[in-house]
Design a protein. Structure first.
Length: 295
């Protein structure tokens, strides 16, 4: 599979209803928020986790679509596979690289060929097993920023009760226990991302097939990941800008500025996606850029 030859930018709109889209461990797991403005935040790491989980599920067992950063699998286990592929003991990798200057490229190519998330997002593949096991660093062509809510959010703390008591001693004193959870009644979030054809060609080999899978994963990243804590979450729209060239035909910010999400007249407290209008000023598209709306 050959690497992509066109640059892309994209905008994702997703929403949450009565759930916590991304808890903040520094704030008791309450929804992440910009304290100065009240806008909600969702980290790029959170979004990439959803994409990884989707790809791992739908491509399970298929060569070339393994996931490097995943639950319960130490990174150095995958790094050691690369060493085995090139026939080098992990403990002797540093010395072997001095003798074979192409070893870094061979290891990088092995990791990119086998792991979708390395091919997409890149990775720092340095772990420590009796010294540094350094499989290099790959800068991925697909990059995501933090998602931010279109309007300020107002997280709510909801008190809950449970009848399952933790210990025998507690059971003798009480019949229920109290707990709490945080929710956002409703929030529409916007995330922006980039796909570099230049980096795909130079480093990871991210292909057209990978790109199609990425769009599919973004559109469905919450569909296989529902939970009571996250409430009702869904990707509402994916807006993709495609450049006619590898290096691009316009600055990314000019394309992002063409996309607007605004509350409909008379809506004071949005509680659904239908309370918003999402528009793209396609008349303002620069020459050599096309726009596709998915969702």
């Amino acid at each position: 599979m050959s690497a992509i030859s066109n640059r892309y930018e994209f905008v994702i709109f997703f929403d949450v209803e009565n759930g916590n889209p991304n808890g903040d461990p520094d704030a008791g797991n309450m929804p992440r928020i910009d304290p100065e403005t009240g806008y909600g935040l969702v980290t790029d790491v959170c979004l990439k986790r959803k994409i990884r989980n989707y790809v791992e599920t739908v491509k399970e067992g298929e060569p070339g679509y393994r996931i490097y950063v995943k639950d319960g699998v130490p990174l150095n286990r995958s790094d050691a596979e690369a060493c085995a592929y090139v026939g080098v003991d992990p403990d002797k990798l540093k010395e072997a690289k001095k003798k074979d200057t192409d070893l870094d490229v061979k290891i990088r190519d092995f990791m990119c060929k086998n792991f979708f998330d390395i091919r997409s997002f890149g990775a720092v593949m340095t772990t420590f097993v009796k010294g540094a096991l350094n499989c290099g660093q790959v800068r991925g062509p697909v990059q995501l920023g933090f998602a931010r809510s279109v309007d300020p959010i107002l997280p709510q703390e909801v008190t809950i009760t449970r009848v399952a008591i933790t210990t025998e001693a507690d059971a003798e004193k009480k019949g229920t226990e109290m707990g709490r959870k945080y929710i956002v009644p409703y929030g529409l979030y916007r995330a922006e991302g980039y796909v570099s054809a230049n980096l795909a060609k130079k480093s990871t080999g991210f292909s057209e097939e990978d790109l199609s899978l990425l769009w599919q994963a973004i559109l469905n990243m919450f569909e296989l990941d529902h939970s009571a804590a996250r409430g009702k979450m869904a990707v509402r729209e994916l807006i993709v800008f495609r450049h006619d060239s590898e290096l691009g035909n316009a600055p990314a910010y000019k394309l992002f500025d063409l996309v607007k999400a605004e509350r409909k007249p008379g809506v004071v407290a949005p509680r659904s996606y239908s309370d918003y209008t999402v528009s793209v000023n396609e008349a303002g598209l620069p020459e050599g850029v096309t726009c596709t709306r998915m969702g």
